[in-house]
Design a protein around this ligand. Structure first.
Ligand code: LMR
Length: 397
């Protein structure tokens, strides 16, 4: 049975992460996977997480099953974190279930959408996170792209976005990134969110918001402004969220899926389908990470500590953006990279050809995703000169 299988190419992001780990070059630089790194290149456990883990260690009463929706307290707190003070939440139209990471949330969403409308097309930004396409395809759904990022200007091509969305029919799904667009770092401003909301209402398509970087762009509330605007205006929507980055809980796999229904009763029905989907895939999510998030968010002291740590991560990345631009100028890297300073979150495109990316990896141990996406958080004082000098050498050849 297995003998007929053909090998599958390694994942374009996680495969690089594995290659980087195996690389013995002391000068190696990892700009591949979206993981926050501090000034010495480490990804330490947040202090708020450590304290919550200590609390959990001393107070956990049982490891009996939790149920398909996971941790109820976590779900309530995540709903508030995402939607804020909102009529949709107050009227019971939002239901949230804990999932194994943001990927788990997206996979549950995909199966849920397939139950709602097996012929729904999922419209994603061109480009988008590569795994979006795999996740929806895995649930048997067709993925289509709409224009979003302009490699000529390294900004948005919003006129073309509007034109394309005006053709998306009712019954289809449009997937938007809440903030810190992965891979481009280019986000919609609030007027653009409003334009998209207006088109969604006119056309009748449903929006799925992927919120994987809340707090990494401009702040927790600022980064949720688009999805909150939508929630106040549309009848239905789906939000998939992740605590990997903002709580630094990557390997603990903590995320959530939230459904906004036309009424509390309709949301309840949709939620029963979500739980049914969950039961058939993984029964219920793991408890540890969600309990840590719930412990932090239900303690004033731990929430304040977490806010400080999240602010530090965001400030460091934003500072790195200007630092990288200046470093590239100082080392005469050919091209204009000023756009990097104006983008959000962990990622930007360098906009360089694949052959250069391969040379950077093979000859300099600098790891960049094949699309030329770089994770800015991987830059620090010790590797910035090497990175800029190597890039200058490769691009000037
Ligand atoms: C990324 O885009 O690098 C992260 O979201 C990690 C992943 O799973 O791909």
């Amino acid at each position: 049975m297995f003998n007929q299988l053909q090998p599958v190419p390694t994942d374009p992001i996680l495969g690089l992460m594995t290659e980087y780990k195996a690389d013995t070059n002391p000068k190696k630089v990892d700009l591949s996977v979206g993981v926050y790194k501090n000034e010495v290149g480490n990804t330490p456990v947040l202090a708020a997480v450590k304290k919550a883990e200590e609390y959990r260690f001393n107070n956990e009463q049982s490891k009996a099953y939790l149920g398909m929706a996971g941790d109820v307290k976590f779900n309530e707190l995540m709903t508030n974190l995402l939607f804020g003070e909102s009529d949709a939440v107050n009227s019971g139209r939002v239901k949230t279930a804990q999932t194994p990471g943001g990927t788990g949330a997206l996979r549950v969403a995909a199966e849920f959408i397939a139950r709602c409308n097996p012929s729904a097309k999922i419209w994603v930004t061109n480009p988008t996170w590569a795994n979006h396409i795999s996740i929806f395809n895995a649930a048997g759904l067709q993925v289509e792209e709409f224009p979003y990022f302009d490699f000529e200007t390294m900004g948005l091509k919003f006129d073309q976005t509007i034109e394309a969305l005006n053709k998306v029919p009712s019954g289809d799904i449009v997937l938007l990134h809440a903030c810190c667009h992965n891979p481009s770092g280019m986000d919609l401003n609030i007027q653009q969110w409003q334009t998209v909301a207006d088109i969604a209402k006119k056309q009748g398509f449903t929006i799925l918001v992927d919120s994987a970087y809340q707090g990494f762009g401009h702040g927790l509330n600022e980064d949720a402004a688009g999805l909150r605007l939508l929630a106040s205006q549309v009848d239905e929507m789906i939000v998939c969220s992740s605590c990997s980055k903002n709580f630094g809980l990557y390997r603990d796999r903590v995320g959530a899926i939230s459904i906004l229904g036309t009424s509390s009763a309709k949301a309840e029905v949709a939620f029963s389908v979500i739980l049914n989907v969950v039961r058939a895939i993984y029964s219920m999510p793991p408890a540890h990470g969600a309990d840590i998030v719930a412990t932090i968010l239900s303690s004033k002291e731990l929430t304040a500590l977490w806010h400080t740590e999240l602010d530090e991560m965001r400030t460091r990345i934003n500072g790195l953006r200007s630092f990288v631009v200046n470093k590239f100028k100082e080392k005469n890297v050919p091209g204009n990279f000023d756009f990097i300073a104006n983008q959000n979150g962990m990622f930007s495109f360098l906009g360089i050809d694949k052959e250069y990316i391969t040379t950077l990896k093979n000859d300099y141990s600098i790891y960049i995703v094949g699309s030329s996406r770089v994770s800015i958080a991987g830059v620090n004082d010790s590797n910035a000169d090497y990175l800029a000098e190597s890039l200058a050498k490769v691009l000037n050849k």
